[in-house]
Write a protein that binds this ligand. Structure first.
Ligand SMILES: *Cc1c(COP(=O)(O)O)cnc(C)c1O
Length: 345
């Protein structure tokens, strides 16, 4: 049971990083008020406000599906729609939860290279119909870094902000790998979010090294009205909240959130460099964060699976996804590369 499963399937296969675990254990000293009325939660939410340089409203949820769905529901009425990329997690991997949580707000899917929405695609979605029979576009959802491991550049974010302003659309950011984006971009969290027009960010702690827990940050505070009730009704209010907020504080206060993300990005960069040297392997998307997507021959994928390598082949447009995380090691990457070379030869 304790055999190490070293893998490239997902950053949510990895365990809890030492900093998050240390703070979880610290929070286990004695008793504390329930439902987020404790000191850890106060400190963690204050830290987010400091880090993002703005007085935002902060909430916690157990997972990303809940964070995305509930925050989108806060932006929309049931007759509204959300414009998102066709490969977005809210469309492909949340079992209809955004529609469910919003009582029917429809997702409008737009295409776009490298997993990214463009202002043109958004505008087309908004303007192709303006009649009462079409669910009124109300929000744009972007994922940073994207489902295919790419990044929206500052210029791309600003262009989306412009189009959002033009059509009075709110911006939701799925930050399942927001830390990896910050680590890669050399921009402040503020510049990458509210200064780029983002109204609400779902900031993932799970993939960054926590056991569980997502932070939902409303930069547009008016949109957070009654959000605490929405979370409670949806079964997302943790009574022992401190065991989500304390590990978050651990990640933030020690800088582990960035250290973990940088490490994962560097591992992916190293993996990509090795893959580029192998004939028969093709990199599918610009490698900009902690994921590498590659086309491998079917027989090679089969051989790797037989050797018990773990990776996904179902994301987006096919190919193999190798995801790196805080506990990926270079030695393990070298072993993977060796096996890929053998499998292809
Ligand atoms: C992992 C992930 C989520 C959250 O998924 P949960 O399983 O609900 O925690 C959200 N968005 C993206 C892009 C993800 O990769």
């Amino acid at each position: 049971m304790n055999k190490q499963l070293e893998q490239f399937a997902s950053d949510n296969y990895s365990g809890i990083c030492p900093e998050a675990l240390e703070y979880m254990i610290k929070a286990n000293y004695g008793s504390a008020p329930a439902y987020g009325n404790d000191e850890w939660t106060q400190k963690a939410t204050d830290y987010f406000r400091e880090l993002f340089e703005i007085d935002c409203e902060v909430f916690f949820a157990f997972n990303g599906t809940a964070a995305n769905s509930l925050s989108l529901a806060a932006l929309c009425q049931s007759y509204h729609s959300v414009i998102c990329h066709e490969t977005s997690h809210i469309e492909t991997d949340e079992c209809g939860a955004p529609e469910f949580a919003s009582n029917g707000s429809k997702l409008l899917l737009a295409p776009g290279e490298n997993g990214k929405l463009t202002p043109q695609a958004i505008e087309l979605m908004v303007t192709r119909r303006t009649d009462i029979h079409y669910p009124k576009p109300k929000a744009i959802s972007i994922t940073q870094s994207t489902e295919v491991g790419t990044l929206y550049s500052p210029e791309e974010l600003l262009a989306i902000k412009e189009i959002a302003r033009k059509y009075n659309l709110k911006i939701h950011m799925d930050g399942a790998r927001f830390a990896n984006a910050v680590a890669a971009m050399n921009k402040s969290p503020a510049e990458m979010t509210w200064k780029s027009g983002v109204d609400v960010l779902c900031f993932c702690g799970t993939k960054n090294g926590m056991a569980l827990g997502e932070a939902i940050l409303f930069f547009n505070k008016a949109l957070a009205e009654d959000f605490d009730y929405r979370c409670k009704q949806a079964g997302q209010l943790a009574s022992k909240m401190r065991f989500i907020s304390a590990p978050w504080l651990g990640l933030l206060e020690t800088g582990a959130w960035l250290k973990n993300a940088r490490h994962a990005n560097q591992c992916a960069e190293y993996l990509e460099m090795q893959l580029l040297n192998i004939d028969g392997v093709e990199i599918m998307f610009p490698r900009e964060a902690n994921a590498v997507f590659a086309k491998l021959p079917a027989y090679a994928i089969q051989t790797l699976r037989e050797k018990n390598w773990q990776f996904y082949t179902f994301i987006g447009v096919g190919g193999v996804r190798f995801m790196c995380s805080w506990n990926t090691t270079q030695a393990r990457i070298d072993e993977l590369i060796r096996d890929i070379k053998e499998a292809i030869a």
